[in-house]
Design a protein around this ligand. Sequence first.
Ligand SMILES: C[S@@+](CC[C@H](N)C(=O)[O-])C[C@H]1O[C@@H](n2cnc3c(N)ncnc32)[C@H](O)[C@@H]1O
Length: 318
Amino acid sequence: MMFDEPAHAACARPPDPPARPSSPTLAARGPDESAADYLGRVRHYVRGSGRREPAGTGARLVDEARCRALLHDASAEFAPWLAQAGTSVEALVRGTPAQLAAALNHMQREASCLTMSSDTVIDNVLALAHDVLARGVPGDFIEAGAWRGGVALLMRATFEAWPDACAGRRRRVWVADSFAGLPRPDPASDLADAVMHHLMASIDSLRVDRRGVEHAFAAAGLLDEQVRFLEGWFADTLPGAPTGPLALARLDGDWHESTMTALEALYPRLSPGGHLIVDDYGLPTGCARAVDTFRRTHGIEAPLRRVDHQAVYWSKPI
Ligand SMILES: C[S@@+](CC[C@H](N)C(=O)[O-])C[C@H]1O[C@@H](n2cnc3c(N)ncnc32)[C@H](O)[C@@H]1O
């Protein structure tokens, strides 16, 4: 989700269930197919190339006037907190109604896409996955905030792409999401997140149907016992999740509370040498505050590396 650079934001408003009638099945990795070629095909699939929704599917286009009205509504709804903080909704979302409309519409148009992540972000996930597999860092992979599941699906595909690096380890990919959209933040503690949530309600708060995500994995031949779903709010699912150690954790829950909950539950499980990606550090939400607070509280000095203008990661020292 990005309001400042809609060219990188992608899809929202899932088909319900997504793309079932028209989605092609992705063939399994061929015996002579290189890892790069196979991952290229999976990536193409995740991007929705070749799948087309019927015109109008899920399209409830938001125009500039609607965005102006949404910002106006938010100004009224959150007036006491805005006054207390001495700010405005425009300042919090860091965007004009036109930019906001462009971002929301960009999301809605690409209804066949299984991820909203940019190519740079996907490159980074694949590189870090390869790194932990190649070095034998023990543990599973997890995406907390999977939405339509495209990045988690690519994570699962890396086990097929580099089977030698997985030999002897039955790794799993954990797909964590409410499958009910973004939670409603408390404006008293997370005002920017609450305002964003108000705006995102116009596109169903990124609600997705779990069956559609399972279907996307199945159509790629990647829905098996190595894929596990954690359905529900992070606060309920992550602390007791039966993951064991983690080699790669990707947090993409947008809000302060979602990020903090995931950090507290998952970082202690990250194996030394493993990587933790936070997708939303550059968003105008409370995500960065959660990361900075967590790192400070736990004395984490491992360098925070930028992936693009939004995502960051760090590696747990060995
Ligand atoms: C921005 S989307 C994730 C995008 C996806 N990772 C991708 O790359 O396309 C954020 C997702 O996080 C989920 N989410 C956010 N906070 C959550 C929470 N506290 N518990 C469960 N799910 C949450 C939302 O339901 C939504 O699907």
